[in-house]
Design a protein around this ligand. Structure first.
Ligand code: FAD
Length: 472
């Protein structure tokens, strides 16, 4: 058996099953040293995703201990940290699961080239997506810019089975030194509301498994009809686990596919949503500017406002528009926001408040425990109208009529807005426990008047759109 150990560089793949890198590493028979590196790219995460990562790492380290292994924590630029560890452990090299955002791609190319130059093993593996983004091509050989043909291209593609978790990991004779995870203070920027959000966010692969099983056991059947109702627990709530790789997409795909074959009416719609995530990564990989600039260049001249006091009211859930405020408060308290609510809150910011989608994207990046660079970028450009396959700008969601349609008995709004009910529940009150003192908010004050009249806001947005259209 080869004796020089192999470093397993974990990033957003904090699980043991459905893990091609781990399966390949175990098959080498080498001693394995799992490592997580707090590199500059990880340091740059927003407050909630960074805090959630810390909690995910805590659970994953325990899981590895259960296999007789450990998770070694190191801090610094990835290549330097890996080289130091290789020298200390006399390791043969490093393996990892691929990431597809521009910053990670740049980092990983540097790491691969640097290690291979030194004659070391440096191999990357799939696992974060169903299909590698470069393997899905249009008939003309380019990438897909529209979802439906993308779905048609992937829906019947063969997909390997999700491999089971290894029973044990071979340990090295001596373990390299590790930082203490707690010393990294990954939750530092969450000092405002971490204790509150912790009530609504349970990290780890076991919780992901439980949610998948619960969802496929019942809610999936009604998913097609009920997934747009934010007051109901009608969706899987798997996004935060997918974001950190605490569950693999192939496992979800195969399990939901089986339910579809068994006749579950909502399972295909669910598979389609999973493929929206895939499409988002496909877009980010092939057109990385989607995360930072208007995907359609002709939107660069659009007169969006940069950050402004109205946007601050939006962030605070104090616009006076109940569906929007409920959405913003839901995110602040639970770390997640229902998809319909994301669309309404995003549309309101970019249209009624005529504020740049980047302002919203950044706030979501700071507050979402399920933050995902690809889905967040695609989602924002979709609501703003500047992205591929986006909703046309002139189709402006009216938050009041959307509320009547998707929250007919106001259960969602009342659940999250204390000022609207006589006896507010825990979620509504938790909002005031989570917000920073500097916001000076209290549940017993009157709910604010609307920031903008909906008809006026709509007219202003349409006028801006027409000016842009004439100028283009
Ligand atoms: P389910 O309905 O159970 O769907 C299953 C899975 O499919 C999800 O976990 C997710 O991985 C994927 N999925 C579902 N809907 C979408 C979608 N519209 N786009 C991409 N993937 C989807 N999702 C994130 O995971 N992270 C983000 O940072 C994020 N930001 C968004 C920002 C905006 C402005 C918008 C409009 C959407 C954003 N989404 C984001 C997509 C979507 O809102 C969430 O994936 C979904 O609400 C997660 O809930 P769920 O796990 O219960 O989803």
């Amino acid at each position: 058996m080869p004796d020089r150990p192999l470093l397993l560089w974990f990033r957003r793949d904090l699980r043991l099953d459905d893990h091609p890198m781990l399966t390949a590493a175990v098959a080498t028979g080498r001693p394995l040293i799992p490592v997580f590196i707090l590199d500059p790219e990880t340091e740059a995460l927003g407050a909630a995703p960074k805090w959630r990562l810390g909690r995910g790492l805590e659970v994953f380290a325990e899981t590895l201990q259960g296999l007789g292994s450990r998770l070694i924590f190191r801090r610094g630029p990835a290549l330097d940290s890996l080289r130091a560890l290789i020298a200390e452990a006399d390791a043969a090299g490093v393996v990892w699961s691929r990431a597809y955002d521009p910053a990670s791609i740049t980092r990983d190319k540097t790491v691969k080239a640097g290690l291979r130059e030194g004659g070391l093993l440096a191999d990357s593996h799939p696992g974060h997506l169903l299909h590698e983004p470069w393997t899905v091509e249009t008939g003309q050989g380019g990438y897909y810019r529209v979802y439906t043909p993308f779905w048609k291209a992937v829906k019947d593609r063969p997909l390997p089975d999700a491999a089971p978790a290894p029973k044990a990991l071979r340990s090295p004779d001596t373990w390299p030194a590790s930082d203490a995870l707690a010393d990294w203070h990954l939750g530092a920027a969450m000092r405002r509301g971490a204790d509150v959000v912790a009530r609504y966010s349970i990290p780890g692969a076991a919780e992901a498994e439980r949610r998948l099983a619960d969802f496929l056991d019942g809610p999936v059947d009604g998913y097609g009809e009920r997934r747009n109702l934010p007051a109901e627990a009608a969706t899987s709530a798997l996004s935060e686990f997918l974001s950190l790789g605490e569950i693999g997409p192939r496992r979800i795909w195969h399990a939901a596919f089986r339910r579809m074959q068994e006749g579950s009416p909502g399972a295909e719609t669910f598979l389609k949503e999973l493929v929206w995530r895939e499409f988002a990564w496909h877009l980010l990989y092939h057109s990385p500017h989607i995360a930072t600039a208007n995907w359609r260049e002709d939107w660069e001249a659009f007169p969006w406002r940069d950050d402004n006091p109205d946007a601050e009211r939006w962030r605070q859930g104090m616009t006076g528009e109940p569906f929007v405020d409920a959405a913003m408060r839901e995110m602040y308290v639970t770390g997640r926001m229902h998809n319909r609510a994301r669309m309404i809150a995003g549309s309101y910011l970019t249209k009624h408040l005529l504020t740049h989608w980047r302002v919203g994207l950044r706030w979501f990046e700071d507050c979402l425990t399920d933050w995902d660079p690809a889905s967040n970028a695609m989602g924002w450009q979709w609501v703003a109208g500047s992205g591929p396959d986006a909703a046309p700008y002139f189709r402006i969601f009216n938050p009041a009529t959307q509320a009547e349609k998707f929250d007919p008995d106001a259960a969602y709004r009342h659940r999250h807005i204390a000022e609207l009910t006589r006896h507010p529940g825990a979620l509504a009150l938790d909002y005031f426990r989570a917000v920073p003192k500097s916001w000076d908010l209290a549940p017993d004050r009157p709910y604010p008047e609307p920031l903008v009249d909906l008809a006026e806001g709509r007219a202003r947005a349409l006028a801006a759109y027409q000016r842009r259209d004439t100028a283009a």
